[in-house]
Each structure stands twice: as C-alpha cells, then as structure tokens.
Design a protein around this ligand. Structure first.
Ligand code: AKG
Length: 314
C-alpha cells in the first residue's frame, strides 16, 4: 500500500494525469466511505439527504433574517462587494445552529480524511445571490496561497445547500480531477466552459479539495441559491477569518472542547500558544494541548492588561 501523503492523514494522493483531464462529476451518495473515495479520485464529492427539510427551511429563514438585519445596520453593515453573489461572513457569532454544522458527523468524517484530526475551521459563512449575475465568476483554487507544487490538500470547503443548485441558478462550476493535474496546469485557471456545473438538491453536502479549480456559476434566474460554507484548513495554515480576534468570548465559553479546538484554541505542536496570567488546566507545552483566553495578558514589567470580554448569553 502507498504511503499517506502527509503524516497527519490517511489520505493518499491519486496518480497524476498527463494533462488537464476533466473527469465527470461524481454521483451523489449517502455513503461517507464512497464520498472519501470520490474526494481522492475526483477532488470533490456530493453527499445527498444530509439535512432534513425542517433544518433546511429553518436555516434558510435564519439566513434571510440575518441578511435583512445586517442591511438594516446601514453604514455598519459589512461591505458586500459589487456582485449580486454575496457572502455573509463570520457566522461563528451569529447562532449555534451554524456551529452545529461544523460539528456534524459528515463534516468531521470528510475534513479529517483530507486534513487530519486537528483541522481548523478557517471560516464559517453563508453564500447567496441577491439577483442575476452576468457571467461565471473567477475560476480559482481555494488553496491559492499555498504553493501549487504541494501534492496534498491543505484547505477543504464544505457547502451545505439550503436550496436546489441548478446551472440556471448559478450552481458551482467545477473541474473534477483537477487536483491531479500536472504542475503547469495548476497556476493559470482553465477556461470556465470546460468545467461542469453541479446539480444539487437542497439539504445536500457538496465538498471539494482546496486544490480543485472551481468558481461560482452565472445566475440567470436570480434565485437566492443559499448555502452555508464550512471552510476548513490544516492546523498549520492561517485561518481565513481570524477566530481568536473575531469570536465573542462567550461563544468560546459555551463551545465544546472540540469546537474550541476547531476555532484555534488548541496548540498544534509549537503553534498557537496564548501567554497570559495562569488559568486552570492551561499549560505552555509543546504538543497538542487546549488553550484558553486568560483574564489578563502580561505586559511590560508584568503590567496586567485585561483581556476578557463577555456578553450575557440566554
Ligand atoms: O458559490 C459557489 O458556487 C462557489 C463559491 C466559491 O468559489 C468559493 O467559496 O470558493
């Protein structure tokens, strides 16, 4: 048996193609072992019937409410960019129901397979359209900051769909197999027309390796086409959303040990320590240990700098 591609995972890179071969889309499955195999061979997988109808309609209504409430903030509303395809950022602070998706068995099984058991949540966002869009958006690899010569996944994107994804609604354009393309085809994006657009039912999980070329399709209908993206990274990659700075501390307090670790409150070897006044159960050591926010940071001449902020949760 071939060796795993990294020490952190059981993942084994499939053989490289001679050129930029685009495979057909993998079939939707309910079997997570098959989904893992699809990730290995195709660089993407579709798991069907993951969220039940009630969860889908509940999350859809919450996303609509969240969007309307953020718009009502006026000038304080985060910048959405010029496109009708928008992202609602940092759902970490916006309700436990989104964090539950991070801890779902399907997320864990697939992300651990690709990135190892210590993977981090890189960002938690909602994707939706506000109307039609004129063209397919930029074809890219999510792992763009990592050298293209790297032969293993360091980023993994899981989309929990809240609406049916169809080509007319701007479903994602993907190039299955492109994680196996030779190096010279990993730098400049392929022509969008050569990719496949996914067809997904609401409540599915569509997930892809950070090395896979893909982009958002053109939405001709203007349908909202909502999805929640659980964007994950290897434990040595910088997170897309800076969880330590942008997470309300009471969320950390209420989170399970596993979720705190996913958000970055666990060291990975020598990475991720927090220095401050001593708190129970926390030690500074090499190895993978839980860390937490101290009440005070230690400043010049040991001046204590208050750190913790908190909000009352219901
Ligand atoms: O919204 C989509 O269909 C794809 C989004 C995308 O390209 C990404 O999250 O990297």
């Amino acid at each position: 048996m071939d060796k795993p591609s990294t020490k952190q995972t059981r993942y084994q890179q499939d053989v490289e193609f001679d050129g930029p071969l685009v495979l057909p889309l993998p079939k939707a499955t309910r079997d997570l072992n098959q989904a893992q195999e699809d990730l290995r061979t195709h660089g993407c997988c579709i798991v069907s019937e993951v969220l039940d109808k009630h969860t889908v309609s509940d999350l859809s209504a919450r996303i609509d409410r969240q969007f309307a409430a953020e718009v009502a903030l006026g000038e304080q509303c985060p910048d959405r960019g010029a496109s009708n395809k928008i992202v609602i950022p940092n759902l970490v602070n916006k309700g436990k129901h989104y964090l539950d998706l991070v801890e779902r068995h399907e997320t864990e099984a697939l992300a651990e397979f690709l990135l190892g058991k210590d993977f981090l949540l890189s960002s938690l966002t909602a994707h939706m359209f506000l109307g039609t869009t004129p063209a397919i958006e930029l074809i890219h690899r999510d792992q763009g900051q990592i050298p293209a010569s790297v032969e293993f996944p360091a980023i993994f994107n899981l989309f929990y769909t809240l609406d049916d994804f169809t080509p007319q609604r701007g479903s994602t354009v993907v190039f299955p197999g492109s994680h196996r393309w030779p190096l010279k085809h990993r730098v400049h994006p392929p022509k969008a027309e050569l990719g496949h657009q996914v067809n997904l039912a609401a409540g599915s999980l569509f997930a892809f390796d950070g090395r896979l070329w893909h982009g958002t399709g053109a939405n001709q209908e203007g349908h909202r086409r909502r999805a929640i993206s659980i964007f994950c990274c290897a434990p040595w990659v910088r997170q897309q959303e800076n969880a330590a700075a942008a997470t309300s501390h009471d969320i950390f307090d209420a989170a399970s040990a596993k979720l705190r670790a996913r958000l970055g409150l666990k060291t990975y070897g020598t990475l991720g320590n927090i220095n401050g006044t001593r708190i129970e159960h926390q030690r500074i050591a090499f190895g993978n240990v839980d860390v937490a926010f101290p009440n005070e940071l230690i400043g010049e001449n040991a001046e204590l700098i208050p750190l913790r902020q908190s909000r009352k949760l219901d």
